[in-house]
Ligand binder design. Structure first.
Ligand SMILES: [Zn+2]
Length: 349
């Protein structure tokens, strides 16, 4: 089959291209619970750029380049091609979206936090979906209704799921009349706006430095748009009568958004951090006297992915996607690096 393969890291992302489009052996079933999925679409993610530049190397590949070569792609959806002998209840041809983690077979985990257990992450530590097909475990699959074609929903597997978990946590506390500030209206942020809109009656303020992203935020249901030009904390304070927002969702997590995000969080409010790149610096005194909560968010559970598919099926969340041929993976990655993707890029074999 054809696949996009990473052969070497590129610390400063200055190479002309990073992945090589080549023929590789077809994936094979090696465990009874394995499933081969024919890829319908694979989302292109900032995490792919982080893998390429070696950010994940100390964690995933500490002993030299033992991880390479690898096929990236951790936001995958497609159709079941082949089932391992232990798999029940699924059929060849079923459309599915893939939870990014392969969890163990302890059924109790199903109701718990899939992403914290041990287990491989296809596209990060074994071959993923920038290919015509890939292997995962039957436990990772969420069946798709006919209303949701795989290539149109693939980015929900990770970007959407991450946005969903953070936005769901915020909406579980947000009351009508309260405010949710969302920093960053890119691939994750534009999904989060719709989720907060669908699951709460809070006012939504969206902050972004990019004009096109703010336009997308307005289409997604934002009540107020704030251009990130240095005055964003003041703007949010004035929109909230000097109080700040009860919930702040930060999808950027670098270039100073963490201190600004905390500054625009109301007393006893919660700052949900999703994007990463800088350290959060705050004095214990400030946290105590203001009773602010800082909450980390990692992907989401299998159950949350199926909840998100319900929202998508009902038309309450829609993905803005830009389609690229699998052969053009490097073009898509470069467009993402240069901030030229509106919504989310998807590779289609
Ligand atoms: Zn991702």
């Amino acid at each position: 089959m054809k696949a996009q393969v990473l052969h070497s890291y590129d610390d400063d992302l200055t190479a002309k291209s990073w992945l090589s489009y080549e023929d590789v052996p077809d994936p094979v079933i090696s465990k009874g619970s394995d499933v081969i999925v024919r890829i319908g679409g694979a989302g292109v993610c900032r995490t792919d750029l982080h893998v390429i530049e070696g950010t994940w190397r100390p964690h995933m590949d500490p002993h030299g380049n033992t991880l390479l070569p690898i096929i990236l792609g951790h936001e995958n959806a497609g159709w079941i091609e082949e089932l391992g002998p232990e798999v029940e209840g699924l059929q060849r041809g079923d459309p599915v979206i893939l939870h990014p983690k392969i969890t163990d077979t302890n059924v109790l985990r199903r109701h718990s936090e899939d992403m914290h257990g041990a287990g491989p992450l296809p596209g990060l530590d074994r071959n993923g979906g920038f290919a015509e097909a890939m292997v995962t475990s039957a436990r990772s699959l969420v069946s798709l209704p006919k209303s949701l074609p795989p290539k149109e929903v693939a980015p929900y597997a990770n970007a959407g799921l991450t946005a969903y978990r953070a936005a769901k946590r915020a909406t579980q506390k947000l009351l009508p009349g309260q405010t949710c500030a969302i920093i960053g209206a890119g691939g994750l942020g534009h999904i989060a706006i719709q989720i907060v809109r669908a699951m709460s009656a809070a006012e939504i303020i969206v902050i972004d430095s990019n004009h096109a992203s703010l336009q997308l935020a307005a289409e997604c249901g934002a009540d107020h748009l704030v251009k990130a030009d240095g005055g964003e904390v003041d703007a949010v304070m004035s929109l909230t009568k000097g109080n700040g927002a009860e919930a702040v969702l930060d999808f950027v997590g670098e270039t100073g958004t963490t201190s600004k995000g905390l500054a625009m969080t109301r007393q006893a409010g919660s700052y949900y951090i999703v994007g990463y790149g800088e350290d959060i610096r705050v004095s214990a005194f400030d946290l105590v006297i203001n009773e602010k909560n800082i909450i980390g968010n990692l992907v989401g559970t299998w159950a949350e992915l199926s909840e998100l598919m319900e929202l998508a099926h009902r038309g309450l969340v829609q993905l803005e996607t830009q389609e690229f041929d699998l052969a053009d993976a490097n073009t898509a990655l470069r467009a993402l690096l240069e901030g030229k993707i509106k919504g989310r890029a998807v590779l289609v074999p």
